[in-house]
Design a protein. Structure first.
Length: 233
């Protein structure tokens, strides 16, 4: 049962879309248990504000402008500086693999931008109270992914681990490697295409070619090898 706080929860938003920030501002105006204490379009604006503003929950867009650091790095950077900050990620990128990485990094909740404002408010309240929030469909997707992993035979993937994977990475073209790095950082195929001014079909083909060369069968398998890939010399 929800118990309203003695004083309103302090909410901030970091999103490079003004319309999203405006929508949250108007939504919170009618909520007596929450107040918007900051809305930011750039990471540096928010980091400066956090030095003097108390924030209970930060609603963070995972995909900011191209010149910003990626969402996962952003989360790690924020929690290194502000370890008590509760982060609720709100994004159009509803990827199970990305959510798994975000939760591991310390995010307290995840909600897709396609959800209703009423669900966003519920998510903010849950996170503010110290709970973890995931939408029902994302919980189901995570449970399915976990179940699929648990029931897979204990056979090594084609690339194996460590040295075998590193050897196979040498076969990637520079553009294939570039695409995989961006994808592992949380960008969608469409967003990678825009970033590098290529067609979506070209980027998708480069991603699939890279997966084939690495002997990987799915995005889930790709993210399992993220550390090997990102630590490649």
């Amino acid at each position: 049962m929800y118990t309203a706080p003695l004083s309103p929860y302090c909410i901030a938003i970091l999103d490079d879309h003004p319309s999203i920030r405006t929508a949250l501002r108007f939504t919170l105006q009618s909520e007596r248990d929450m107040q918007l204490v900051g809305e930011y379009g750039r990471r540096e604006e928010m980091l400066t504000a956090l030095q003097s503003v108390t924030v209970d929950v930060l609603v963070l867009d995972y995909l900011l402008a191209d010149d910003e650091i990626d969402g996962l790095q952003m989360v790690r950077h924020l929690l290194t500086r502000h370890d008590k900050l509760k982060i609720l990620v709100s994004t159009s990128l509803e990827s199970v693999a990305v959510v798994q990485l975000l939760l591991k990094a310390g995010v307290r909740g995840f909600i897709g931008k396609s959800k209703e404002q009423s669900e966003l408010l519920q998510a903010i309240r849950r996170v503010a109270q110290g709970e973890r929030y995931l939408s029902e469909d994302m919980r189901d997707a995570l449970e399915k992914a976990h179940s699929d992993d648990r029931h897979k035979p204990d056979e090594p993937l084609t690339p194996g681990s460590g040295e075998a994977l590193l050897t196979m990475m040498r076969d990637l073209s520079p553009r294939e490697e570039e695409v995989l790095r961006c994808y592992l950082d949380g960008l969608s195929v469409t967003e990678i295409a825009v970033k590098f001014a290529r067609s979506r079909k070209t980027v998708s083909g480069q991603k699939q070619a890279a997966l084939r060369k690495l002997g990987l069968r799915s995005d889930i398998e790709l993210f399992k090898y993220k550390d090997y890939f990102t630590n490649k010399a």
